[in-house]
Design a protein around this ligand. Structure first.
Ligand code: AHR
Length: 495
């Protein structure tokens, strides 16, 4: 059996764990909202139509921040359509997904859901078909207590207290040819700066996310970020990153090593943001918001133009297997490794649409395989992120050359003493992992949580919702990592 060695030291500190790294995303797309989080008449729905079974799973997933209402959807959305008496709301054609939008679920329903789920809302404004006026009115509606037209409108809608939304996205993927109202980098940068300035006049305490590239393969990647930040550096606080990994796009080993790509993407965006900082001679640093990431079988996607117009179509309801779960766990390791600059993360999406939680209309909700590494990482990652020093056998990949089969990061909670090592084996052979904890002399092994299966293509379904679940065994400083597996090794401090 091949062997990997991992050394930990409290001196290898990266940054505190920001809870916002464990965010998610609810878009009006497919069945994420309708028959996902919201299904009046479902046996589990409350008086507001919010599904309690889904809410319970969202809490168990440990999601902290949820981005809403899109995504591509936001770029042709009128937020006013989704507030006020339900019977007065218009039915619209959503151009992003060519779906019928009833507007039965809107801003105030989302805020009610967010409160019930215990998550922080992260709102996006429409900079595709709309602009500064609609964006500032939305901030006013959400955040001002009273005494202005928009805040009084909210009060008239039965919401006395402001929603007090801190995090705002200035549009979505504005570089994408598919985006309604797509702009050039210069056009978007100027609009983001002006919209951002006006939105901060309404509420100076909000934090703004400018759109970065839709993905690192966009032909304008990096030049887009540089231009946008040249225009909007002073107004914004974050630049966004979006990335999806398709198991069928490259060789299988490259897919298993997707976190290598994420590491490089994040580091390139940091370098670009810091280049603009130097050029503009600013002190402030721009942080990163990875506000869409996941595994997505994108090559199976049907373009909106190639589908008919439907109400609540089942869009991109990918089934995730054990390999996908390992990759999701590894992407979370990569995110934690960059916790000094990457401080917001939203897995896309939360329910049904490329999601950890699935539902059947009128039926039960269940956890996909990718639910498990997310839930355990969100639950266990506390305190300070620690870099790990790893020596591991290499695996060969088409995209990245030779990469270590084992990848890991650790967190150390100084208050409780808890030390957790998150590890993946992304190779196809068993590996023995030896941990060197000499720098933690008072720590003893506690638990070893693992997600692994002899059949790495196994999935969970409505009929077999617990086919793939994590196992819990006694921990150790030497552990066996089965092929294609995810692990959390916990250690307790005994003084
Ligand atoms: O998450 C699905 C879609 O992917 C989002 O609407 C869009 O922003 C991205 O291209």
């Amino acid at each position: 059996m091949s062997v990997a060695q991992l050394t930990l030291d409290p001196a290898y500190a990266i940054a505190p764990v920001d809870p916002r790294l464990f965010g998610s995303f609810v878009e009006h797309m497919g069945r994420c909202v309708y028959t996902g989080v919201f299904e009046p008449g479902h046996p589990e729905a409350d008086a507001d139509g919010l599904r309690a079974d889904v809410l319970n799973l969202v809490r168990e997933l440990g999601v902290t921040t949820v981005r809403y209402p899109g995504g591509n959807f936001v770029s042709n959305y009128r937020w006013e359509d989704g507030v006020g008496p339900a019977g007065d709301r218009p039915t619209r054609l959503d151009l992003a997904w060519r779906s019928i939008e009833s507007n039965a679920f809107g801003l105030n329903e989302f805020m009610r859901w967010a409160t019930a789920a215990g998550v922080e809302p992260m709102m996006a404004v429409n900079l595709g078909t709309r602009g500064i006026e609609a964006a500032t009115a939305l901030v006013e509606y959400c955040n001002l207590p009273e005494g202005t037209a928009a805040s009084e409108l909210r009060r008239a809608h039965g919401v006395a207290k402001p929603h007090d939304v801190r995090l705002w996205c200035l549009g979505n993927e504005m570089d994408g040819p598919w985006q309604i109202g797509r702009l050039t980098a210069r056009e978007y940068g100027r609009l983001a700066a002006r919209a951002g300035q006006a939105m901060k006049r309404v509420d100076p305490s909000i934090e703004l996310v400018a759109c970065g590239s839709s993905n690192a393969d966009m032909p304008t990647f990096a030049a887009w970020e540089a231009t946008v930040l040249e225009e909007a550096y002073d107004q914004v606080d974050y630049i966004s990153l979006h990335t999806y990994y398709d198991p069928e796009k490259h060789d299988e080993a490259s897919f298993r090593a997707s976190a290598v790509d994420l590491d490089g993407f994040v580091e390139d965006v940091i370098a670009t943001a810091d280049h603009v900082r130097a050029k503009l001679r600013r002190k402030k640093r721009i942080n990163l918001s990875l506000d869409e990431w996941n595994v997505w079988y994108q090559s199976r996607f049907t373009e909106p133009e190639d589908r008919g117009i439907e109400r609540t179509p089942a869009l991109i309801e990918d089934d995730y297997d054990v390999t996908d779960a390992m990759v999701v766990g590894n992407l979370l390791i990569s995110m934690l490794r960059h916790a000094d600059r990457l401080t917001v993360g939203c897995q896309a999406q939360l329910v049904n649409v490329i999601a950890p939680i699935r539902t059947r209309a009128a039926g039960p909700a269940w956890r996909q395989t990718i639910f498990h590494p997310f839930a355990q990482t969100a639950r266990l990652a506390r305190g300070t992120v620690l870099r790990t020093a790893i020596t591991a056998p290499l695996m060969s990949t088409g995209r990245f050359g030779d990469v270590p089969v084992v990848d890991a990061v650790a967190t150390h909670d100084q208050e409780t003493g808890a030390l957790v090592v998150f590890v993946v084996n992304r190779g196809t052979e068993e590996v023995r992992l030896e941990l060197d904890l000499r720098a933690f002399p008072n720590h003893r092994p506690a638990e070893h949580l693992a997600l692994a299966d002899d059949d790495t293509t196994a999935i969970n379904t409505a009929d077999a919702p617990t086919r793939v679940v994590p196992t819990k065994t006694a921990g150790g400083t030497t552990v066996t990592l089965p092929p294609i597996s995810w692990h959390a090794l916990t250690f307790e401090e005994k003084l």
